[in-house]
Structures are given as C-alpha cells and as structure tokens.
Design a protein around this ligand. Sequence first.
Ligand SMILES: C[S@@+](CC[C@H](N)C(=O)[O-])C[C@H]1O[C@@H](n2cnc3c(N)ncnc32)[C@H](O)[C@@H]1O
Length: 426
Amino acid sequence: MSFDFFVPCPRGLEAALAAELAEIAARHLNGAPFTTGEQVPGGVHFRGGWTAGMAANLHSRIASRVLLKIAQRPYRNEQDVYALALEQRWEQWFSANETLRVDVTAIKSPLRSLEFATLRVKDAVCDRLREVSGARPSIDTGAPDVRVFAFLTATDCTLYLDTSGEPLFKRGWRLDKGAAPLRENLAAGILRLTGWTPGTALYDPMCGSGTFLAEAAQVALNVAPGVERRFGFEKLKQYDVSAWQALKVAAQDAKRAARSSRAADLLIFGSDISGDMLDKARANFERAGFSGLPLKQVDARGMTPPADTPGILVANPPYGERIEVRGRGPRGEVRATGRAAHDERDEGFRRSHAETPDSEFFQALGDALKQRFTGWHAFILTSDRKLPGQLRLRESAKTPLYNGALECRLFRFDLVAGSVKQKPAS
Ligand SMILES: C[S@@+](CC[C@H](N)C(=O)[O-])C[C@H]1O[C@@H](n2cnc3c(N)ncnc32)[C@H](O)[C@@H]1O
C-alpha cells in the first residue's frame, strides 16, 4: 500500500532534499515503492509505502519532518475545515488514549484567525474520536503522542498526520546547545550544497558546538541521523513494525561499525576561539557516535589550512556581539577582546573593554582566506549581504537559505590560485 507524504525542510534546500530522498530510496528500500513528487517552497512531496516513510525519518539529514497526507479539499471557512477533519478516520491511526497537538500553517488563507482554525481542527479530531470510541484525547502542546497538521492555501485545506514526533533536526545527541548552534538539518543541507564528499578535507574555523563537523562525520561514517531517537510513527496504531526493526537494526549495526573507525582520519577539522565551545563539540561528537576529530583553539583570523590538499571551508560566523578576538594582555596572557567574550570560564580568556569592529574582523578573515587558503572553496552562511565586501572577496555564487525565519545567504568563494577575485570594501 502506498501513501502520499510531504517532507518539509528549511527553505532553499528543496532540491537538495529531493536528491537525498531519492538516494535514501535507492540505498535503503530494496525496491519498496517510492516516487519523488513535486518540490514546493519549504518541502518535497513523495509517494511510497510505510517503509519509505520510516526510512525518510531515519535517514534524511535535511528533512524537518515527514508528514503523512490524510486529506485535501477546497474550503472557504472554518466550518469547511472542521467538516473535512471530522470526516477523517483518525481512529484507524490513534486512539483517545493518545495525547494530541494540532498545528495550522497558512499561505494566503482567507481565514481571519489561525488560532480559531486550529481550535476547529482540534475539535473535529476530538469529536470524531468521541463519536467512534466514546472518549476524547487530551491536548498536550509540549510533548504530544500524536500531531496533526493542517495546511491552508488560498483555496485548499490539507490535513497531515505527523510521523516524526520531535522535529528531525533533533538527532538525539546534542548535549549542550552552546551559543546559537545551527540546526542540524540546515547544516546537513549546506554540506550537500557545498558539494563536499567524504575524503575531501572539510574545515569549520568557527565550529562552535560542531554542527557542520558532526553532520559531516556522520555522513562519512554512514551513521543514520535518527539512529539515536524515537519517532512519532512508533505511537501510531498501524505501521510496519517488522520493516521498522529491520531498518533500525541495520542503522544500529552501522553506528557500531563507525565506533571502530578512526574519526581522526576523516579529514574533518574544526577550530573556534572558545575552548569551552570546543569541549561542548567534543561531548556532542562522543554522543553522536565518534571521537577524535581534530579540534584546535584558534582565532579565525590566524587560521591556517588543516590539511595538505585544499578542500572545503564552511562556517557561520558570529555577528556583532558574538565576535571575539584574541589578544595579548598587559602581562602577556592570552585574552579575548570584543563585545562579548562569553566564555568567562575559559582558561586564558578574560573580558576586556577593547572592541574590534566586525569590519576589521571580517577584513582579517578575508585576508586569511586569500593568503593561506589558495585552492580551497569557502562557503559562509550569513544574514549580512555585505559580507563579500567586508571580506574584500567576490563571491562565485550566493544561495538564499532560511535559518528559521531569518533570511540568509550561503556565499561561495573560490580561492583559486592567482585569480582570487578581490572586491573593494562596501
Ligand atoms: C554562530 S556560532 C557558530 C555555531 C556553530 N556553527 C554551531 O553549530 O554550533 C559562531 C562561533 O564563532 C566563534 N567565534 C567568535 N569569534 C571568533 C574568532 N575570532 N575566531 C574563531 N571563532 C570565533 C564563537 O565562539 C562561536 O562558537
């Protein structure tokens, strides 16, 4: 039996997700039905059996969720939405013992209140279950057993049953978020956009809690992103338990095998000015199934290539208040200056009143790239469109991406020998 699924993802990564889903089908479905469908802003449709839905949950690094399509129909008002939700056989998927959460998202919907629409969908699902079983599910917005999503356009209402539970960027290994970590699925999508493949050097000189590095190492070691977590479909009445066990056991075996590989040989490198962040990254890597990735405490302005052969540099730099700069204190101790040297516990780092403006930091970063990273391809994610001017480098490409609601650009700089395109400061 086949179902229609919709897989939301960070906007800008739809094509990358569609390619990834096709790869997952080829590698993990052993011929089970799967057809990729349309790409729409913010996600990709596909059609397949339960195994395809479960494999997408377990193996997609870019998906935010995997939603099972339940119904779609034109609507004009809240009553139409209520009627559509009331007609659905929710009882075949879950019982009133399960707790429920309903979310409604809309683009150009004529409805005046999305909160009221959410309430009507919730009422309809509860009324339906009470009619058929005599009991209503309780609502739990924090950690519900079951989530129902309604998506409203100008004309149509689509109802989805979530199969993921917690959003898929939550891999289950992050111990401590540190300051402003990237979402794992955005980091994984960016890695795919860079064209990086295992065996090529990868370097994040502002790695923070290590999101790019962890995602890359898991790709290189063939560790499924969801191997450590549970999924919403495990709470549903019908899903293919034996197919799930087979998928999960294979993923667990792969993770066990990864533990015996040497992460130090992966050519994946990180550095950050903050030793505290590097400790957090190490703890995250351990939980993600590997250890020993080379990490160094270095000011990005002084960075040097970590490998003999050029590779891919990827980073999302801090802005404004998070830029730190290493300097020499009056007694020669290394200290951090800048607007917020946030790691006061960091050995050797102290707050100082000196400030280094962003422009100076980025100019020095650009110089480091030009002078020492010939042959590398650098990818920098930022919401600041003036970044190439600040680095004094001309980008070869820029891809719009959304980090949550924040519109960003992934700038690509090809640091080709003798032809680094310079750009005057804007
Ligand atoms: C936006 S965060 C990067 C988050 C990271 N991608 C993650 O997922 O956790 C920016 C990082 O840059 C680091 N940083 C700030 N100033 C720096 C400098 N001068 N050199 C190197 N790293 C710096 C901060 O410590 C922080 O970890």
